[in-house]
Ligand binder design. Structure first.
Ligand code: NDP
Ligand code: MG
Length: 327
C-alpha cells in the first residue's frame, strides 16, 4: 500500500532563504504561485510581456523575463505549456541552471521524453497537484487541499525530496495527501488517464449519449441533463464513498441497468485499445506526434477546438448554464 504523506511529513524550513521562480503564470502557475506565497515562500514570476505578465503584476508579484527569473531563483519551477518547454528552456533557462539550483515542474513530460535534456548538476523534482489549477487553489483557500504527487528525478543536493515535499506543503497538497512516485510513473499515468478516462473517454461517452437521444427526437435540453450534467453528481458520490455508495443512492432500477447494460456498451475491446494507447504513450509515440503537431503551429488542435465549439452539446450546455445563473 502506497503511503500518503501529510503536513507532518513535510518541513517548510528547507525553503528558508530560497527563492522560487514560477515560470509561466497560467492555470497552474498563477494558482501554485499564490498558494506558495501565502505559505511564506519567496516567489518571483518569469513571464513574457502580455496578459499573464500583467496579471502577475496585479497580483503583486515581482515579475521579470524568464531568463532573469531563472538567474535570480534557487528553484526554477517550470509551469509553461508542455509544448513550449523545449524552446523556452533552450533560450532562457538552460544557461541559468547553475550548480546548486533546482529544476522543478508539475508534469514529467519534458524530462521523460527529452524535450528538456536533464542537466546533471542540479536537483530535478516534480510537484504535481492532481487537479486543474483553479480547483487546487480553491481547495487551498477552503483550508483543505488537492491531492498531489512528488517525484525526484535527480538528487544532487541530498535535499531534493525535502524541497519537493515543502513545496507540496506550501500548496496545500499534503493537507489532502501526497504520493511519491517516479517521473516515468507520473508522466505515463497522467497521459493515460487524461486520454482514456478523464478527458478522452469521458467526453466521447457524454457526446455519444447526448447524440443518441437527440437523434432519436428527445429534447436536447433533457439529453444534456441526462448525459452531461448528471455526470458530476454521480462522480461526486463515487469519490465520496466508492461505486457501491453511488449504487446505494441510485434506484435499484438504475443499478440493475448498470450491471446488465453497462458492460454491453463499454466492452472488453475498449480495454484492448486502452492497452494499445498505454504502449503508444510509453514508447514516446504519442509525445513525438504531439510535438510534431505543436511545431506545425497546432493546426489540427485548433481545428478540433473549433469543431467542438459548434457541437450541439456545447451550445445547449451554454444556454442551460445561463438559465442556472439567472435563477
Ligand atoms: P497554461 O497554458 O494555463 O499556462 C501557460 C503559461 O505559460 C501562461 O501564463 C503563458 O503566458 C505562459 N507562456 C507560454 N509561452 C511562454 C513563453 N514563451 N514565455 C513565457 N511564458 C510563456 O498551462 P498549464 O498551467 O495548464 O500547464 C503548465 C504545466 O503544468 C504543464 O507542464 C502541465 O502539464 C502541468 N499541469 C497542468 C495541469 C492542469 O490542470 N492545467 C495539472 C497538472 C500539471 P502568456 O499569457 O504570455 O501566453
Ligand atoms: Mg493531467
Amino acid at each position: 500500500m502506497v503511503k500518503l504523506l501529510h503536513d507532518k511529513d513535510a518541513d517548510m524550513s528547507v525553503m528558508q532563504g530560497k527563492t522560487v521562480a514560477v515560470i509561466g503564470f497560467g492555470s497552474q502557475g498563477r494558482n501554485q504561485a499564490l498558494s506558495m506565497r501565502d505559505s511564506g515562500i519567496n516567489v518571483i514570476i518569469g513571464a513574457r510581456p502580455g496578459a499573464s505578465w500583467d496579471m502577475a503584476v496585479e497580483d503583486g508579484f515581482e515579475v521579470m523575463d524568464v531568463a532573469a527569473a531563472s538567474a535570480k531563483a534557487d528553484v526554477i519551477h517550470i509551469l509553461l505549456p508542455d509544448e513550449r518547454h523545449k524552446q523556452v528552456y533552450e533560450e532562457s533557462i538552460k544557461a541559468n541552471m547553475t550548480d546548486g539550483k533546482v529544476l522543478s515542474c508539475s508534469h514529467g513530460f519534458s524530462i521523460i521524453f527529452g524535450m528538456i535534456p536533464a542537466p546533471s548538476n542540479v536537483d530535478i523534482i516534480m510537484v504535481a497537484p492532481k487537479g486543474p489549477g483553479t480547483e487546487v487553489r480553491k481547495a487551498f483557500l477552503e483550508g483543505f487541499g488537492c491531492p498531489g504527487l512528488i517525484a525526484v528525478h535527480q538528487d544532487k543536493s541530498g535535499k531534493a525530496r525535502d524541497i519537493a515535499l515543502a513545496m507540496a506543503k506550501a500548496e496545500g497538497l499534503t493537507r489532502a495527501g501526497v504520493m511519491e512516485c517516479t517521473f516515468e510513473q507520473e508522466t505515463y499515468e497522467d497521459l493515460f488517464g487524461e486520454q482514456n478516462v478523464l478527458c478522452g473517454g469521458l467526453v466521447d461517452l457524454m457526446k455519444y449519449g447526448f447524440e443518441t437521444l437527440v437523434e432519436a427526437g428527445y429534447p436536447a435540453e433533457m439529453a444534456y441533463f441526462e448525459c452531461v450534467h448528471e455526470v458530476k453528481l454521480i462522480v461526486d458520490l463515487v469519490i465520496e464513498g466508492g461505486i457501491q455508495k453511488m449504487n446505494s443512492v441510485i434506484s435499484n432500477t438504475a443499478e440493475w441497468g448498470e450491471y446488465v447494460n453497462g458492460p454491453k456498451i463499454i466492452t472488453p475491446d475498449v480495454k484492448e485499445r486502452m492497452k494499445q494507447s498505454l504502449k503508444e504513450i510509453e514508447t514516446g509515440k504519442f509525445a513525438r506526434e504531439w510535438m510534431a503537431e505543436a511545431e506545425s503551429g497546432c493546426k489540427n488542435l485548433l481545428a478540433k477546438r473549433e469543431t467542438l465549439g459548434k457541437h450541439e452539446v456545447e451550445i445547449i450546455g451554454k444556454q442551460i448554464r445561463e438559465l442556472f445563473e439567472k435563477n
